[in-house]
Design a protein around this ligand. Structure first.
Ligand code: PEP
Ligand code: MN
Length: 343
């Protein structure tokens, strides 16, 4: 921690700060310049709240040098985390990016859902997505089929061999969702639901953690840290767009730079969700490609058998035919630019 004192800080004020830090076990190095004094405090910063020092008289600023997340940090693990998702599918291993695809919600049309499941499997997805518990902005919108939807997902897994990812919204449902799912999703709106993060930290299934619409990358990584600290090291991060000032043409702003930034500061795998990031079907393919070129380990794409009739997110959902076309382009891009560079 670096403590920068005001130019007019008195010796007494500097000493008070020094005493406080030393009492908390920090070793101090003083840099007494012509204008101001800067103190480097070396020690475990978990023992002190930086803001408590910032409020001392004579202190101008307190800066942290180490990242506040530990288990998720690249410092703690130099190599990329490789997460075994089951059925031979791994994410983070530098091989082919992993694709998760399916409708926004699991709806009460099992035939349509199975059609999507078979189609995405044939076009190269490894994981089927679909929400049975839906976080909806309005209480009047479709809220999900809950356990019945989980059963549809499990049946689609039986029929296709795809793995399944689905969201859990409440800690009371974590065990049930984890019983059905191969990957448990924490939605963007719940990224800082710390009780829920702790609950999925106790399960033995990988967790897909989506970035909150207004969360900084540091807050995102600290949310992952909560899950890891509670015991579950298998966390996949998902950049799904953040709130920008302009939502005229796209629902959110896809933060492409978040991918290489996360890969620099963390060893966890990171994927892109171009569907929720844009809210517009025609933007899904270009953003998916951009995400892969930026280094994403995978994609999450919404596909519906009849998007105009979808119970949720129809405008961003691809038809089966559109998905097939997009996947053909994406697979070509992977073969040409991604696999050669990862080798
Ligand atoms: C979803 O993936 O079903 C979803 C609701 O996305 P997000 O949490 O990113 O809004
Ligand atoms: Mn959706």
């Amino acid at each position: 921690m670096i403590i920068i004192m005001e130019p007019d800080a008195t010796e007494e004020q500097i000493q008070r700060v020094a005493d406080k830090m030393e009492n908390h076990g920090f070793r101090l190095v003083f840099n007494r310049g012509d204008v101001m004094t800067v103190i480097a405090a070396i020690g475990d910063k978990r023992l002190i709240e930086p803001q408590s020092i910032a409020s001392y008289e004579g202190v101008r600023e307190v800066k942290l040098i180490q990242e506040p997340f530990k288990l998720a940090s690249r410092e703690s693990q130099k190599t990329d985390s490789v997460i075994d998702l089951g059925r031979g599918v791994k994410i983070g291993n530098g091989e082919r990016p992993v694709v998760m695809a399916g409708p926004c919600s699991v709806e009460d049309n099992q035939e349509g859902f199975l059609r999507v499941a078979h189609a995405v499997k044939e076009s190269g997805a490894e994981i089927l997505r679909g929400g049975a518990f839906k976080p909806r902005t309005s209480p009047y919108e479709f809220q999900g089929l809950e356990e019945e939807g989980l059963k549809y997902l499990a049946q689609a897994r039986e029929e296709t061999g795809l793995l399944i990812v689905t969201e859990v919204m409440d800690s009371v449902d974590v065990e049930m969702v984890a019983d059905y799912a191969d990957i448990v999703q924490i939605g963007a709106r719940n990224m800082q639901n710390f009780k829920l993060l702790k609950a999925v930290g106790k399960i033995d299934k990988p967790v897909l953690l989506k970035r909150g619409p207004s969360a900084t990358i540091r807050e995102f990584l600290l949310a992952a840290e909560h899950i890891m600290y509670a015991g579950n090291r298998n966390v996949i991060l998902c950049e799904r767009g953040i709130k920008g000032f302009d939502s005229t043409y796209a629902r959110n702003t896809l933060d492409i730079a978040a991918v290489p930034i996360i890969r620099k500061y963390s060893h966890l795998p990171v994927i892109i969700d171009p569907s929720h990031a844009t809210g517009r079907r025609y933007l899904v393919a270009p953003m998916a490609k951009a995400g892969l070129i930026a280094g994403a380990h995978g994609l999450m794409i919404e596909v519906h058998h009849d998007p105009d009739k979808a119970y949720s997110d129809g405008a961003q959902s691809l038809t089966i035919e559109q998905y097939q076309k997009v996947m053909k382009e994406i697979n070509e891009l992977i073969d040409k630019f991604i696999i050669p560079t990862s080798k």
